[in-house]
Design a protein around this ligand. Structure first.
Ligand SMILES: *Cc1c(COP(=O)(O)O)cnc(C)c1O
Length: 430
């Protein structure tokens, strides 16, 4: 007889408090931040920790240059602006991302154009890019979502053929590689976030990478009011261009530097936990882990679980099955979640085309004016969202003992899937 579901009073598989939060905080992190107090050097693009972080990040990714900024969105905006993308220009990106990717395009008065995802990797489908290229397209902006590198070779090939800049949204992919090369190196420019949740966490923060000296200089200027600020010269207080205030803080830089000491170790643990789960879920009907293509070594920012009703003999909509199983899993102490719940172009800002007001940038006289967004154009993103969610806690300091509990819970819910669905329906009806 299968074990009783926690939903019906059975013992939850995962005890309360078993899941540790991200990121792990160490004594070294504390000391690194406190040392900033001692030094009393709190900010500035040439402050010692900003410089040290830029040097180390460029060395880590393998680029000639890196810049530290105060968010991943700032880094993306710096890249868009450094590429000279502006009013009337178009940038092709993925319909499934955190919408900051597209916001960075709008910030510079340009218009995002979306392509649907590859149903296996959830990254932009390269075969859908070329048909979206117009004489106004200036860049392609692939997103390495969930730490999974986009399929870069065909993307770069299309970009080169059409003279487009390639900007990588690497905000979820610190240390992920495509054919052995780190993301952030493959593209003309790479943009990373260091907000609390990310593989390299600083609470907040951002990093920009490039091999191109012009892009680097331009992005550097734009992150600080459009000024040129040099370490060995007095500041001129002259704006050469429109810039923003994307300067980082030394507390954050110190924290990121300290976490960076352990990034590879943490990523190795994420891979170990993810591989363990994926192998185990293969044996459990109703659930599956992520698919990993030959070309990718992902860094598992998020562990993605697919829900498969047919495997447990249920002929019900996947969305309903997912919700019912999540409900049963939560009672077992396994918490699944989603963030982005629709394709980015289905969001209000794109449906209503509210940007800078008066229809800009869409109705800007330099643009083609007729870009509208039909949510039905992104069926694979909708399908992905109906059939997948994310498993919390697949990162250090959690370890294989928690993953074993997760596997036990998935197995228990799988065996009781019919009952779990019944209970969910009853509750939904009441
Ligand atoms: C986190 C994230 C961003 C934005 O980074 P912030 O540091 O929060 O500004 C952009 N794109 C993606 C895919 C992200 O996950």
């Amino acid at each position: 007889m299968p074990a009783q579901l926690a939903l019906e009073g059975g013992k939850p598989v995962v005890p309360a408090g078993a899941v540790q939060p991200w990121p792990p905080l160490t004594q070294a992190d504390r000391e690194a931040v406190l040392a900033v107090f001692e030094s009393n050097e709190l900010h500035g693009t040439h402050a010692p920790r900003a410089r040290a972080l830029e040097e180390r990040w460029a060395a880590y990714i393998g680029t000639r240059y890196a810049l530290v900024a105060n968010s991943g969105t700032a880094a993306l905006h710096m890249a868009i602006a450094a590429a000279g993308i502006g009013p009337g220009d178009e940038v092709i990106t993925s319909a499934f991302t955190y919408w900051s990717t597209a916001a960075a395009v709008l910030h510079n008065n340009a218009v995002p154009v979306f392509a649907d995802i590859d149903p296996r990797t959830y990254t932009i489908d390269p075969t859908l890019i070329e048909e979206r290229v117009t004489d106004r397209t200036r860049a392609v902006l692939p997103v390495h979502i969930h730490g999974m590198p986009a399929d870069m070779d065909p993307i770069i090939e299309i970009a080169r053929r059409h003279g487009l800049v390639v900007i990588g949204d690497c905000c979820q992919a610190h240390g992920a590689t495509y054919k052995g090369v780190k993301v952030g190196k493959i593209e003309d420019m790479g943009c990373f976030s260091c907000n609390r949740s990310k593989n390299l966490s600083g609470g907040e923060g951002g990093l920009f990478t490039t091999d191109n000296e012009d892009y680097w200089r331009h992005a550097d200027m734009l992150r600080q009011f459009g000024e040129v600020v040099l370490p060995d010269k007095p500041r001129e207080y002259n704006a050469y261009a429109l810039g923003w205030m994307y300067r980082p803080h030394e507390f954050v830089n110190a924290f990121i530097l300290s976490q960076l000491d352990r990034l590879d170790e943490y990523n190795a643990i994420r891979r170990q936990l993810a591989n363990y789960l994926t192998a185990a879920l293969e044996e459990i009907p109703g659930f599956a882990g992520p698919y990993t293509p030959e070309y990718a070594d992902p860094c598992y920012f998020t562990y993605v679980v697919e829900f498969r009703p047919h495997e447990v003999g249920l002929d019900v909509p996947t969305l309903e099955f997912r919700r019912a199983m999540e409900h049963a899993l939560a009672a077992e102490g396994v918490h699944m979640h989603q963030w982005q719940r629709m394709p980015v172009p289905a969001q209000d800002v794109f449906q209503k085309r509210v940007g800078y007001g008066k229809g800009c940038p869409w109705t800007c006289p330099f643009g083609r004016g007729d870009i509208y967004y039909d949510p039905a154009e992104y069926p694979r993103t909708w399908e992905f969202l109906a059939s997948h969610s994310y498993l919390r806690g697949v990162y250090p300091p959690n370890d294989l003992s928690l993953m074993q509990l997760y596997v036990d819970a998935f197995a228990k819910v799988s065996e009781n899937a019919v009952r779990a669905l019944e209970l969910y329906r009853k509750e939904a009806a009441s």
